[in-house]
Design a protein around this ligand. Structure first.
Ligand code: FAD
Length: 375
């Protein structure tokens, strides 16, 4: 049988053997959220390389670019077996879910050749340079400019909240290439080299105590013609596809959710109030979360799954800390999860924006009125 004819059950059994052996050897790396904590960069990179060498990185990515060329069912089986064991299924969310998927969909053959294999092997780490100090929810108002020069573009501007930027070799970057076009029409999408003097990365400290995201200042930074992804001035549609993938994947971790709900059920015996809280979390929120996570990361359900999952996470982490009392905040894992959860309601589009998307795109409600323009 050809390697890419392997059935899902056989593939799952291989994955189980590999994961169990890696856990026994002490090399499997524990799952973390969508943002890689800088302190675990090297061990997680070692884990990603081991995954790659064993053929479990990019399960559904093209085989000619380092993946396995298998189906999304095979990829889901890998993610499920990792989640069942609490092990990270990949290292770099921005590389694997965002940049990689965008290059597979929109990239030229040369871009696929240049970037995909190295991304899977963790030889290239990516970050996402979309948000700016005055452009977060209203991303189409972004002001970073890319001006044509010999062989490509020169970029000037400031990005912010750029997760993992201080550890990244490359970025997916949105910049305005035609300021005369209204809002989203004049924007292009680039694959951007972070290793240049014109890029100044300044890490920002979060309330978790970690330095996971950064400000990034760009002063005449160079982008080659080869690194435009998708058509010039039509980067908005590439970005919308990236953001849909981001939302869907943030909401889709069903098995991890199941484990959290089991912990809640275990804690419910502690007191009467713990029981009430558990009923609350496990009834509507938990049931909806579980049902949505079965959508397998369907991008069309992304706003709903992201909203449900990140709101539920906030409730779950607060519950865990309430029931544990002050000791909960001193237990670093539960305390960290509690401090991390609010950021995920904002990253990838806030809960308010997801509610707007659910109302307008999924329920067909009237569009949000725009504020009147002055003048
Ligand atoms: C942990 C974390 C990691 C991140 N990582 C990255 C990254 O790697 N790369 C990147 O580019 N960005 C990243 N971001 C930025 C994130 O995408 C933005 O913070 C987010 O889009 C919100 O933008 P803003 O912070 O400018 O808030 P604003 O857009 O200024 O919003 C402020 C408040 O107004 C509300 N609001 C705004 N518009 C509306 C509306 N139309 N209707 C109702 N309410 C509205 C918002 O919900 C929010 O409560 C990250 C953010 C966090 C917290």
């Amino acid at each position: 049988m050809a390697a890419n004819d392997v059935g899902v059950d056989e593939f799952r059994a291989d994955a189980e053997r590999f994961l169990d052996a890696s856990i026994a050897d002490g090399v499997a790396f524990k799952a973390f959220g969508a943002i890689l904590p800088p302190a675990i960069f090297e061990p997680t990179r070692a884990w990603q390389r081991r995954i790659f060498e064993a053929g479990f990185a990019g399960v559904h990515w093209p085989a000619e670019h380092g993946g396995r060329g298998l189906s999304s069912d095979h990829a889901a089986a890998w993610a499920e077996e990792c989640a069942r064991r609490g092990v990270a299924s990949y290292m770099n969310f921005q590389g694997f879910i965002l940049a990689g998927a965008a290059i597979i969909k929109f990239g030229t053959d040369a871009q696929k050749e240049r970037y995909l294999r190295d991304t899977l092997a963790a030889d290239i780490i990516w970050c996402q340079l979309f948000s700016e100090p005055n452009s977060g929810s209203d991303l189409a108002s972004l002001q970073t400019r890319a001006v044509a020069t010999d062989g490509g573009w020169l970029v000037n501007g400031q990005k912010v909240w750029s997760s993992t930027a201080q550890l990244s070799d490359h970025a997916i970057l949105m910049a305005r290439t035609d300021p005369d076009e209204p809002s989203h029409r004049g924007i292009s999408f680039f694959l951007f080299d972070m290793n240049q003097e014109a890029v100044d990365v300044r890490p920002l400290k979060q309330m978790t105590g970690d330095w996971e995201f950064c400000e990034v200042f760009l002063e005449d930074a160079f982008i080659s013609h080869d690194d435009l992804l998708g058509p010039l001035n039509a980067g908005w549609s590439v970005a919308m596809s990236v953001l849909a993938d981001e939302r869907a994947s943030v909401g889709a971790a069903g098995l991890a959710l199941q484990r959290q709900l089991t912990d809640v059920a275990d804690m419910a015996g502690i007191s009467q109030s713990a029981r009430y809280g558990a009923v609350d979390l496990m009834s509507i929120g938990g049931a909806v979360g579980r049902l949505l996570s079965r959508s397998g990361g369907d991008p069309s359900l992304g706003p709903l799954t992201k909203l449900a999952r990140t709101e539920l996470d906030r409730g779950l982490t607060a519950y865990m800390n309430d029931v544990r009392g002050p000791a909960g905040m001193l237990n670093s894992e539960a305390g960290q999860a509690f401090l991390y959860a609010p950021g995920m309601r904002v990253a990838g589009g806030t809960s308010e924006i997801q509610r707007n998307l659910v109302g307008e795109r999924m329920l067909g409600l009237p569009r949000e009125p725009k504020p009147p323009t002055s003048g």
